[in-house]
Design a protein around this ligand. Structure first.
Ligand code: FES
Length: 182
């Protein structure tokens, strides 16, 4: 057997090596496992879950590396990552606000709570503030429907939340991160 040394194959090998270097070893191994399947692209969501578990979010460079090694278009990887709300495209903020938009909370005005959070933080659901303090995450049901609308900031639960409560809540955590100067 002869080994191809043409420039095209050299380039491909270099690109694949760079892609492997951009990913945690567990993700590279998971992709190798996926490539043994008849339809490797069907493993994309599982690979992205593992990547997010390893790195905390899905970075652009890592998503491109997954596309390269799994042999799927980069646009498909981005499409999947942006479609599912459980994928995070930015590092998590110090305070993660999980706001419930399940049916019971929605009926009690969760949409207005979300709108107020977005207004106060200047971000949309799924985003993180530029100072890295807050991430705003949509939750489906936090299991406290009788006390809706409900949200959580990290492990702290807030029940029967009204839009007017939001500025004070944000200030409480902002002050915790950056105590006011007296
Ligand atoms: S729907 Fe919001 S806690 Fe259940």
């Amino acid at each position: 057997m002869t080994t191809c040394t043409c420039r095209q194959h050299d380039n491909q090998a270099t690109v694949e090596a760079a892609a492997r270097a951009a990913l945690p070893p567990a993700v590279v191994a998971r992709i190798a496992q996926a490539l043994t399947k008849e339809y490797p692209a069907g493993e994309l969501i599982a690979v992205l879950h593992l990547l997010q578990g390893e790195t905390g979010f899905l970075g652009r460079e890592q998503m491109d590396a997954v596309a390269q090694l799994l042999g799927v278009p980069a646009a498909k990887v981005s499409g999947v990552a942006t479609f599912y709300h459980f994928f995070r495209l930015q590092p998590a903020g110090r305070f993660q606000i999980n706001v419930c938009t399940g049916t019971a909370c929605y009926v009690k005005g969760a949409d207005k709570v979300v709108a107020k959070l977005e207004e106060e933080l200047g971000i949309k659901l799924g985003e993180t503030t530029s100072d890295g303090l807050f991430s705003l995450v949509q939750a489906r049901c936090l299991g406290m429907c009788g006390l809706s609308p409900v949200l959580m900031v990290n492990d702290e639960v807030y029940q029967r939340v009204a839009p007017d409560d939001i500025p004070k809540l944000i200030k409480q955590y902002t002050d915790q991160a950056r105590p006011p100067v007296r």
